[in-house]
Write a protein that binds this ligand. Sequence first.
Ligand SMILES: C[S@@+](CC[C@H](N)C(=O)[O-])C[C@H]1O[C@@H](n2cnc3c(N)ncnc32)[C@H](O)[C@@H]1O
Length: 210
Amino acid sequence: MDFDALYRGESPGPGIPPMTTPPWDTKAPKENVIAWQTGGWVHGEVLDIGCGLGDNAIYLAQHGHRVTGLDISPTALITAERRAADAGVDVEFAAADATTLDGYTDAFDTVIDSGMFHCLDDDCKRSYAAAVHRASRPGATLLISCFSDANPPNEQWPRPAVSEQTLRDVLGGAGWDVESLEPATVRREMDGTETEMAFWYVRAQRRMSD
Ligand SMILES: C[S@@+](CC[C@H](N)C(=O)[O-])C[C@H]1O[C@@H](n2cnc3c(N)ncnc32)[C@H](O)[C@@H]1O
């Protein structure tokens, strides 16, 4: 999937039509990010990985956090910067590939990932878990929201499916202790229709020793 093409309003891949507004562009922080913030799980230097159009990063900055928002799509980041300026907050936005995170080492205390993990194939998931481990500090918190494998097939919006075992294997294998892994059902309006989606909400801690 070519995310920059998608954000430019072009087809992101064979058989996928262009879209004017990506389905995740709710122009507001996602419910999972609000829950992480109000639950007290966001601390220190924050990375929003796969930040997209920036609304989650902006919300956390509005709550007093220092936030870096990284995304593979430079086009998305132009909108994210404009939204942050409109909101009157400082967020450091930059283009980066989550599977390498070149230039970021020992830099973050909290990493939030709202809807990016499920975009990656199995090899990229493992590279991502290792890259985020290197980019964060010992004891850091990783907060992920991703599609679960409980969603029924949907031809119009095919959703990647992530199993509990994949999350445990990928994160555990890269030096993360999974502390909480909860199923969640989220209702969102898409194309004027209310749609129910099954997610995993994950909280993991970076091991001190590796
Ligand atoms: C479903 S969107 C979620 C965006 C945002 N986090 C939100 O909650 O609205 C997934 C985002 O991940 C980004 N992404 C996909 N693969 C990536 C990668 N390898 N590195 C960095 N960002 C990536 C996409 O460009 C897209 O903005």
